[in-house]
Design a protein. Structure first.
Length: 604
């Protein structure tokens, strides 16, 4: 028996020694494994963001240790500088891993990490204050409220108390945001006039005190808990106290800042008007499209695609009886006004539309099974965009599920204006945001345990994810999910809309179009409603380059599929192609091209 304990003692000592050596190597030296190094970097950065830990859902079980659900990030200029220094060190470390010592998968990972890190370094060193973090569509003030109402869990008395504690952090977090805005002002950079108008209106609504989405959601969620009325009343009183001492003062301070600086608002809309604006926009295009396309090249691609798609739409309109000498955009605008394609503006309209969307998602889930080896385990549901942001929000967007599967993926549909939801356009949006689009791709990636931590969570690009979602609309058509020519028309209008984005985004940020010129072009070509056009164009202004990633990504996936089909002939398998595209994380397009080419070579 003594001998057994002796050997166990030696074994334990050996294990502790190996763990110590590994830890020292991982944190104080060049780690033996590049994958482990990137995982360590990602995980340590994750612990700097309580919101990210809550979003993932995996850490809630150890919240009693981490306390992350009771905190918000409170970042300042020193934190930003520290992140920049980490990026410099990270790039240096990545370059120390020699290519001939890496596996094929690690070579791909290195390409992705170097590309991402170099872009971040460039953005910080040259364009630190060029973004507009407080804006009308995805600003800090909106994101915080949406995070608290939609992501923060309230499944127990403790999580309800965490909600209240988090609200207590709002004032300091927002004060740091105001300090950043003041530094941006010192650099001579101010948002355009319309941003001021929207943000001021939003903030005024949030501080009015008449209706608080935070309080409304909180009361509803604790109402579902098995708590005494006395405990519920105490929680509500504590939340009101936190709102009055932290949230409202913070949002009033931000409102005061925007009111005080409104007279300094930029009279221009494009990135070209910012310091070194053309170079900044070139970086944005590189980051978002993951290509080396110039602004002019992207503009020309957009014009070419607009011409091609418009021609096909005209053919369909003729076939279904809309023969007219009008341009396609004007005919589509007439369809948007046609009551035959609009929901009645009844009190329960939103509930009816959401139910119809959910039926479409269910049908698409069944209809796509022959095109994929597997579908995600996580559920997806449709919700209306919250009222506090629907006036300026896009037509639809997606929020991914939690890693533990307890929070489903959500497709948010904007139902503010009945003209935003003509029935013939609904399937295209459902395909894009849910199945086979964002939900299928993002949920599968989250559930893919074969990937390294970095490849699963460390890098994101809309060139891939949005390119996939737009490709999914066409794929759904090919799968026969469109019920009639009108549904196909809706899908084509959606693709036309993304092609127009190439034109207007480069038009405003490179060719110096005004907001009004871009709105006129989009309205004339697509036939979208005035409400949609205004929201979209204003989105592109505060988010330069992002809108170009959809169509660029879609075209690359289609190009790669066509090449594979031509080279493999009868051996081409659509399920295998989709697996190659979806099973490798969310890579830049130049990496995706390498992956598909390698697969084709192995299959030929």
């Amino acid at each position: 028996m003594r001998a057994i304990f002796k050997y166990l003692k030696y074994l334990l000592s050996l294990i502790l020694m190996l763990v110590s050596i590994y830890t020292i190597n991982l944190f104080l030296m060049k780690p033996y494994s590049m994958d482990h190094y990137l995982a360590k970097e990602l995980i340590t950065s994750l612990f700097d963001s309580p919101e990210a830990m809550t979003y993932m859902g995996l850490f809630d079980r150890v919240n009693f240790i981490t306390g992350h659900n009771a905190k918000l990030s409170v970042r300042d200029a020193e934190d930003a500088e520290a992140d920049h220094q980490k990026n410099l060190a990270r790039l240096d470390m990545l370059k120390r891993y020699q290519n001939d010592s890496l596996s094929s998968n690690q070579l791909i990972t290195k390409k992705i990490a170097v590309f991402d890190t170099e872009n971040d370094i460039n953005a910080f060193e040259n364009f630190r204050y060029h973004t507009f973090p407080v804006n009308q569509i995805g600003g800090t003030h909106l994101n915080l409220v949406e995070f608290m109402t939609d992501i923060h869990p309230i499944r127990s008395h403790g999580e309800a108390e965490d909600f209240i504690s988090r609200i207590g952090y709002v004032e300091k977090a927002m004060n740091n945001q105001i300090l950043w805005l003041q530094e941006q002002a010192n650099a001579g950079i101010f948002p355009p006039k319309f941003v001021y108008e929207h943000v001021i209106n939003q903030l005024e609504g949030m501080v009015a005190g008449t209706e608080s989405p935070l309080l409304d959601v909180f009361v509803r969620k604790i109402g579902e808990l098995d708590l005494s009325n006395e405990k519920k009343e105490i929680l509500i009183a504590d939340l009101n106290d936190a709102l009055n001492t932290s949230f409202y003062p913070a949002y009033n301070a931000l409102l005061d800042y925007f009111r005080d600086t409104q007279g300094l608002a930029s009279i221009h809309d494009g990135a070209w008007s910012l310091p070194n604006g053309d170079e900044y926009y070139a970086l944005r295009l590189r980051s978002y499209t993951t290509t080396d396309f110039s602004a002019q090249q992207i503009h020309d691609i957009g014009l070419s695609e607009v011409s091609r798609i418009t021609k096909r739409m005209g053919e369909i309109l003729d076939e279904i009886g809309y023969q007219s000498n009008k341009p396609v955009g004007l005919i589509m605008n007439d369809l948007n006004e046609d009551e035959n394609f609009l929901y009645a503006d009844s009190p329960d309209r939103k509930e009816i539309v959401v139910a119809d969307y959910n039926e479409m998602v269910t049908a698409a889930t069944l209809g796509m099974k022959d095109y994929f080896y597997k579908l995600p385990n996580a559920a997806v549901e449709v919700r209306a965009v919250p009222e506090y942001s629907e006036k300026t929000q896009a037509g639809g967007y997606y929020m991914s599920p939690s890693l533990d599967g307890k929070r489903p993926g959500v497709f948010y549909a904007n139902l503010y204006d009945i003209k935003q939801t003509p029935t013939y356009s609904m399937q295209a949006l459902a395909f894009h945001e849910a199945i086979p689009g964002h939900h299928l791709q993002i949920a599968l990636n989250l559930e893919n345990e074969d990937l390294t931590i970095y490849r699963r969570f460390g890098y994101r690009t809309s060139a891939f994810s949005e390119g996939w979602a737009l490709y999914s609309e066409q794929l759904a058509l090919e799968a026969g999910l469109a019920r009639n020519l009108l549904d196909e028309l809706g899908v084509l209008q959606s693709e036309l809309f993304r092609s127009v984005r190439l034109v207007v985004d480069t038009g405003m940020h490179y060719k110096r179009w005004t907001r009004e010129e871009a709105m006129d072009y989009m309205k004339r070509i697509t036939g979208m409603s005035d409400t949609e056009v205004r929201a979209e164009i204003e989105r592109y202004i505060v988010w330069p380059g992002q809108a170009t990633s959809y169509k660029v990504g879609m075209l690359k996936i289609l190009e790669l599929r066509k090449t594979a089909q031509e080279k493999l002939g009868n051996n081409f398998d659509i399920k295998k192609f989709h697996s190659i595209v979806l099973d490798n994380g969310i890579p830049p397009l130049f990496v995706l091209e390498d992956l598909v080419n390698e697969w084709v070579a192995s299959e030929a």
